[in-house]
Design a protein around this ligand. Structure first.
Ligand code: HEC
Length: 123
């Protein structure tokens, strides 16, 4: 039946047009960047866990393993988090003095991720 075939084609075209419109809408609303943000936060969290958590509390709750190390969620109360960017880039973190001072090597992407993660947990 020619009529049914045409109707099916029309339905398919509408479906295609609708899904194309949804893709454009999603891009406009910034859903893709949101996924990128989640990836960056996850990277930042894993860096903090691997390098910092044996002393600092790195989450939204909980106490630091080393009582002298401030929980990360309160860091922004002391100074803007962006102050840490340069220190992290140079492999030092301000305030780490004496024999306990760990050395870090982070690239720009890791630093960005760590700072984004720190920003996400501040209280
Ligand atoms: C071996 C233990 C240890 C590790 C590992 C460690 N820290 Fe610390 N950190 C400390 C201690 C102790 C202090 C508090 C020092 C002080 O106030 O004199 C501190 C303080 C800080 C401060 C606050 C400095 C200030 O001026 O207020 C920041 C920021 C910081 N650490 C970031 C980090 C980051 C980021 C990591 C992981 C990449 C990390 N630390 C890993 C022990 C550690």
């Amino acid at each position: 039946m020619a009529g049914a075939g045409a109707a099916a084609r029309l339905t398919n075209m509408l479906r295609f047009a609708l899904s194309a419109a949804l893709v454009v809408l999603a891009a406009t609303l910034g859903l893709a960047p949101a996924a990128a943000d989640r990836g960056r936060l996850a990277l930042g969290a894993s860096i903090a866990k691997a390098n910092c958590s044996r002393c600092h509390a790195i989450g939204r709750t909980g106490a630091s393993a080393n009582p002298k190390a401030p929980p990360f969620r309160y860091l922004a109360r002391r100074y803007p988090l962006s102050n840490l960017e340069e220190a992290l880039g140079e492999g030092i973190v301000v305030g780490h003095e004496g024999p306990e001072m760990p050395q870090f090597r982070f690239d720009a992407q890791q630093i960005e991720a760590l700072l984004a993660y720190l920003a996400s947990i501040q209280r």
